[in-house]
Design a protein around this ligand. Structure first.
Ligand code: C5P
Length: 197
């Protein structure tokens, strides 16, 4: 890659499929910047009040809050993420990040389909709901059946919404991590990016 040129890797998929881990590993491997776009929606919900006003006023300090990673914050994020004006307020920031010189990895739900439809590489990282719920449960504990119900509820909301629903872009490389180790999934992603450079 010529220094100074942009190169965008778009990674989409449902919660707990492994896209965050893959995005961080790909960014570290190629020296690209990384943006976890789910944090934007989590931070909007965490600000409280009118979500559209919160999205328009979002700052870097909001993204640094330490209460954004919980299951509840994820559910709240998925509710505000269904509001078209919230999504619209976050587009320019994400596109500028994606086209910064030196390369960028963005992970989320609509990066390859809406935010960066011309991304050089698109990955769709998925796994069965049961496998994703089991992974989440290993992190958070509690009742595994309740975690599975939460995963299914968030999938239904993210895939069923009218504006920017979660789906694989037509030209995305699909990586199903249901029966893959983290190492194998990261290698598959790096190989896909390597092929497009
Ligand atoms: O990936 P994460 O679990 O942090 O995302 C939280 C929620 O934010 C998702 O369930 C989804 O509703 C929303 N989101 C989105 N578009 C993105 C990233 C996240 O709608 N690009």
């Amino acid at each position: 890659m010529v220094a100074g040129l942009s190169f965008t890797v778009a990674i989409d998929g449902p919660a707990a499929a492994g896209k965050g881990t893959i995005a961080r590993a790909v960014a570290a491997h190629f020296g690209f910047a990384h943006l976890d776009t789910g944090l934007l929606y989590r931070a909007v919900a965490a600000r409280g009040g009118d979500p559209v006003a919160a999205a328009r006023a979002l700052t870097a300090a909001d993204l640094a809050r330490d209460d954004l990673r919980s299951l509840a914050a994820g559910q709240a994020a998925s509710r505000v993420a269904a509001i078209p004006e919230v999504r619209a307020a976050l587009v320019a920031f994400q596109r500028t990040f994606a086209r910064q010189p030196g390369g960028a990895v963005l992970d989320g739900r609509d990066i390859g389909t809406v935010i960066c439809p011309t991304a050089e590489v698109k990955l769709y990282v998925t796994a069965s709901p049961e496998v994703r719920a089991h992974r989440r449960w290993l992190e958070v504990g509690g009742d595994e059946a309740a975690v599975l119900a939460e995963v299914r509820e968030r999938d239904a909301r993210d895939m069923g919404r009218a504006d920017a629903p979660l789906r694989a872009a037509a030209d995305a490389v699909v990586i199903d991590t249901s029966e893959m180790s983290i190492e194998a999934a990261v290698l598959a992603a790096i190989t896909a990016v390597e092929a497009r450079r």
